[in-house]
Design a protein. Structure first.
Length: 157
C-alpha cells in the first residue's frame, strides 16, 4: 500500500496519525465526509500507542489522552495535581513537549484510568475524594485534650 492510500486522520487532533484502512468516504447532504469504523476502539489503540511511544509527550497527545479518558480540562488537572491553566497551556502549545515529570504523570494517569482496577487508580480516586471532602467543608484540624494528652478530634463525614 502506498502513502497515497493512507488517510491522514487529522480529526483526531493529532498531526502524526494515518489510517491504512477502517475508513471510508461518504456523501452527505452537506458534502463529502469520512467515516471511521469502530472509532472508540481506534482511539484506545492510538492512546495506547501514545503512552508506549518513547519520545516526549506533546500537548496534542496530552489533549488526546484527556479526551479518550472523557475528562474535562478541570478534572484532568485535578487528577494530575495541577491547575486548569497548566492543562490549557499544554494543549495550546500543541507541538511543545511537556516537562518530563508531567509527561510521566500524564502517561501514568492514562494507564491507571484505563485499568480502573489498578492500585494506582484506586489511590488517585481516594485522593480526589479526600480533596473534595476537605476543601468542600473548609477542612480544619480540631484537637481536644484526653487522658493521654492532646489528640485530633474525629470529624463526622
Amino acid at each position: 500500500m502506498t502513502d497515497r492510500h493512507l488517510f491522514h486522520y487529522t480529526q483526531s487532533g493529532l498531526d502524526n496519525v494515518w489510517l491504512a484502512n477502517g475508513w471510508r468516504r461518504e456523501k452527505t447532504d452537506y458534502g463529502p465526509a469520512f467515516a471511521i469504523d469502530h472509532a472508540e476502539t481506534l482511539h484506545r489503540a492510538i492512546a495506547d500507542a501514545i503512552v508506549r511511544f518513547p519520545g516526549p509527550l506533546r500537548g496534542q497527545e496530552a489533549r488526546f489522552l484527556r479526551t479518550v479518558l472523557g475528562l474535562s480540562q478541570e478534572h484532568f488537572a485535578k487528577l494530575l495535581g495541577v491547575d486548569r491553566a497548566t492543562v490549557i497551556r499544554w494543549e495550546k502549545a500543541r507541538t511543545a513537549a511537556l516537562d518530563r515529570a508531567y509527561d510521566i504523570a500524564v502517561r501514568a494517569s492514562y494507564e491507571a484510568r484505563a485499568a480502573a482496577s489498578s492500585l494506582v487508580f484506586k489511590i488517585i480516586r481516594e485522593m480526589q475524594e479526600a480533596d473534595d471532602r476537605d476543601h468542600a467543608r473548609g477542612h480544619r484540624h480540631v484537637f481536644e485534650t484526653a487522658k493521654a494528652g492532646w489528640r485530633e478530634r474525629k470529624q463526622a463525614a
